[in-house]
Design a protein around this ligand. Structure first.
Ligand code: NI
Length: 163
């Protein structure tokens, strides 16, 4: 089932999400719906608060191959962040807005899959590194807009007025 994606200004995008303590059928359904919604909206990632849930769940598919390969991380934690990459980011919750964000190139993401098994994903740059950081930010109520430098924030403010 496709879910409604909340947009910037909705307070539910600003909450600190809660860890998942038990993987229930409802949570599995939420994950399946998030994946369906991500593909429908042509996003490379989606975080639970974007669809109104306050649980620490992200789904993503950095599209490095033509074939769909949806991944989920429950209670993701990022570590070993080092290096620097810059790239234009957008967000399904901030339609029409883009900006350059500085992220760590290397990241180790630890969390759990739908079966409750521990998962580790290491990324050394590229879209996957960006997506992991962008989506995990959502779980702490942070949007990519918050990470733009002042000049870019000003530009986005003006663009937003024109939208
Ligand atoms: Ni986003």
């Amino acid at each position: 089932m496709k879910l409604k994606v909340l947009t910037e200004g909705d307070e539910r995008l600003r909450v600190i999400c809660k860890p998942v303590t038990k993987i229930t059928p409802a949570i599995k359904k939420l994950i399946a719906d998030m994946i369906e919604t991500m593909y429908y909206k042509k996003g490379v990632g989606l975080a639970a608060p974007q669809v109104g849930s306050d649980l620490r769940i992200i789904v993503f598919d950095p599209r490095t191959t033509k074939r769909r390969k949806p991944q989920v991380l429950i209670n993701p934690e990022l570590s070993e962040m080092r290096g620097e990459i810059r790239g234009d980011e957008g967000c399904l919750s901030c339609p029409g807005l883009w900006g350059e964000v500085v992220r760590s190139a290397h990241v180790l993401a630890k969390g759990f899959n739908e079966a409750g098994e521990p998962v580790e994903i290491e990324s050394d740059g590229g879209v996957l590194s960006v997506v992991l950081q962008h989506e995990t930010d959502h779980l702490d109520g942070i949007l990519f807009l918050d990470r733009l430098d002042p000049a870019q924030q000003l530009r986005v403010m003006k663009e937003r007025e024109e939208l």
